[in-house]
Design a protein around this ligand. Sequence first.
Ligand code: 13P
Ligand code: SF4
Length: 311
Amino acid sequence: MIENEIVEKINKLKKEKNAVILAHCYQNPEIDLVADYVGDSLGLSKLASKTNADIIVFAGVYFMAETAKILSPEKKVLLPNRKSGCNMADMIDLRMVREFKTKYPNIPLVCYVNSTAEVKAECDVCCTSANAIEVVRSMNVKKVLFAPDCYLGSWVQKNLPNVEVISYPGYCPTHLRISPEDIKQAKEKYPNGVVLVHPECRQEVVELSDFTGSTTQIFDYVKKTNHEMYIICTEKGVVDRLQRDYKDKNFVLINEKIVCHNMKQNTLEDIYNALLNEEFEVNVDEKIRKLALKSINAMISIKSGKQVVTQ
Ligand code: 13P
Ligand code: SF4
């Protein structure tokens, strides 16, 4: 099917079935042609909790669709392609998170949303890369456990020196492909360029950045500033969208290997089939869902000024 034709068919099915399509900004850019919302993990989980649709098609990875199901259990949540997993989320399971908690008893656990529902159910509060610092700050504690991303944990530690952050040794293999050497070379090539880094990058890379933030925070930074060149240190989808939205600004992806193959699994065909056949449905065990919901709601409530109360 040609692109226009499939876009039309998806939009028709969306109306008929009262469905909404949520897309992460690491998706293939053509997904935006049918997406109702495009954003980062935090923005999308908030939208998933508010939508009136009967069906949510999550163009992202498995943990994101699972988060949508935790927030909206009465809705049918569909993941267009079964292969959209997340290597970081796969680095910790129920047994591992319990071992981590046993090793450091009586310390609250903060869990990055890039994790399974079972892991979320074991933690006190969730966070995304956009709010990890605020979440930990709001807890008002001296020590926290942080899982699964040790680099996001280091970023929180750097920003909150009065809290001891004990991180689980997980990481994102995509962001780990960015080295300090890449930044030095880019800086030599573009001496007036600004380096924008996602906090999933390793600490030495974060230290060389001009700005560190989640994908949406990187978009906001670009919107509000005017530099000769933006050197982007996160997944390629961000550069594709920046180039499309800011034709008068210049962007370069730090290196061509920064592509998350999990995120790129979903195609327009997959979305069409997902809506047509109502597959692949994501479900979460009710007991786990309720526990995970508490941790996600604890995170969502933070912006409203509430303090997180740990278990
Ligand atoms: P954010 O959407 O929080 O920036 O996350 C990046 C990511 O790795 C999603 O998998
Ligand atoms: Fe997971 Fe990394 Fe891909 Fe994000 S970019 S979905 S953390 S593997």
